[in-house]
Design a protein. Structure first.
Length: 119
């Protein structure tokens, strides 16, 4: 190789460089699903399909798996609906494994935004 030159990047190695620099990666075919790797932590998020009331969702896949541990998953419903009784809506999120999670919906039928952190 000539002096003062660098090897070319393959698409895979360029993706690895971008991830290590903390550049947000959009999941394939989606504008609502993303992940970012910063200092060894993986941050990721997205949007679910609507989940019916009083149901446990099907498994929702993370955009990229966590190699070792899920530290937390947070959700918020996407809805303008207001409960006329003044009751608080109840939602819970449960990790299944390092690659997926479920949402228990005891509130209103809604899609959800979610964010997860792990390593």
């Amino acid at each position: 190789m000539p002096e003062n030159s660098i090897p070319s990047f393959s698409p895979d190695s360029l993706k690895n460089v971008q991830e290590s620099l903390g550049i947000t990666q959009l999941a394939a075919g989606s504008e609502d699903s993303w992940y970012q790797i910063l200092g060894g932590l993986i941050f990721q998020g997205g949007k679910t399909e609507p989940i019916a009331v009083n149901t446990l969702s099907a498994a929702i896949s993370f955009n990229t798996g966590f190699p070792k541990k899920v530290l937390g998953i947070w959700i918020i419903p996407i809805s303008d609906a207001i409960d006329p009784t003044g009751e608080l809506y109840s939602f819970a999120v449960n990790p299944i494994d390092l690659y997926s999670f479920q949402i228990a919906n005891d509130g209103i039928e809604a899609a959800f935004y979610w964010i997860a952190i792990g390593f």
